[in-house]
Ligand binder design. Sequence first.
Ligand SMILES: Cc1cc2nc3c(=O)[nH]c(=O)nc-3n(C[C@H](O)[C@H](O)[C@H](O)COP(=O)(O)OP(=O)(O)OC[C@H]3O[C@@H](n4cnc5c(N)ncnc54)[C@H](O)[C@@H]3O)c2cc1C
Length: 378
Amino acid sequence: MKKHRFVIIGGGIHGCAAAWMLADAGEDVLLLEAADVASGASGGFGRRGVRGNRRDLRELPLMRAAYRLWPALSDTLGADTGYERVGGLNLIEQETTGTKGGLVAAEAHADVQSRSGVPTEVLPRDRLLELEPGLGEAVRGALYCPLDGTADHGATTAAFAAAARERGAAIEERNPVTGVEVADGRVISVTTADERRHEVGRALLVLNNAGAPDLLREHFGVTLPVWRILPQALRVVPRSVPPMRHLIGHDHRSLSLKPLPDGGVMVSGGWRGRWNTELKRGEAIDANVRGNLRTAAEVYAELADAELDLADAARPESCSADEIPVIDRVPGTANALVGTGWTGHGFAIAPAVAEALAFWARTGARPESLAPFSAARF
Ligand SMILES: Cc1cc2nc3c(=O)[nH]c(=O)nc-3n(C[C@H](O)[C@H](O)[C@H](O)COP(=O)(O)OP(=O)(O)OC[C@H]3O[C@@H](n4cnc5c(N)ncnc54)[C@H](O)[C@@H]3O)c2cc1C
């Protein structure tokens, strides 16, 4: 049995970024990953949005920190993250959408976002068309965030892992955590599938995303209002160059569009796959694939005859009851921290979460930016 000061469960963007932050500070780190680094929600084709636009206001302090960290990350890690500050648009078609959207709410969102460190402008249709000439006729305006962008999630996660290893972190892949030993409110050790025990010196970080709720229930007796979803992501190839240049979201439609560097477009935005019990993996549902493509074509006519070449719903994500993550001490323990419940937008803030979590794990003091994410709010 070997003792490590910090043990991390999960080799996605959150686990690998935390491993790097801790190792970079000279700490002794062991990361345990059930499959391969970036094999969960942090992997797969395409890009992830790095977006402050229409994000829950409680996450904006983290997003402000993320805006600071992202541009220098490739240089800091010594590997390309694919980060591009392409600017983000949240398209608006309706006068009013529910209680939160529509043109009627646009100035208020722009104002509060800007004051929270996410510069935002309301663009009327004529100015919007200068940025995105291919938009459909129904689009009446947009919230524009010039600091928003996209990054290559798999490459970023791999870059964090490689940089963490270079700083001395041990990363074990294909070695799931199967047991956690807790005594008097402290985690003593974790056990892995290869039947080894790994002693936990200072803290355990539970960063295994959709696997965290079960792990917390089984080994800590803690139940969080967090569950697993299977987000659908499509890759289409337009007949000509991608009709959009920005990261695109929508005020009331389930739609997210990202132009890809190879000429393809990633189409997603809230559509789901289903769990195949035999194959034990997520799979796309035909009706949802068609629905997502139809919605994309309604906003960008040029996507109507784009060729679908990939439909993926195999990357489980965790969702929470109030749509923001739980980032907290595991209730009832003194030395275990958890981050889960990212609700489909955990990638963008990951560098900032890792910075804050590493600080908390090392000093015992919770950074103010993490206060909204306590488990006690439920
Ligand atoms: C299709 C799609 C589109 C998305 N788009 C965006 C976007 O545009 N912007 C954005 O910000 N976010 C987006 N997200 C969400 C974002 O990708 C996730 O919130 C983020 O990647 C979660 O990172 P993670 O490290 O917590 O989890 P994961 O990447 O899921 O990593 C968790 C890891 O834990 C491992 N694990 C599980 N159980 C164990 C165990 N017992 N022992 C050891 N390891 C274990 C798993 O194998 C996995 O590798 C999207 C997600 C998907 C799926």
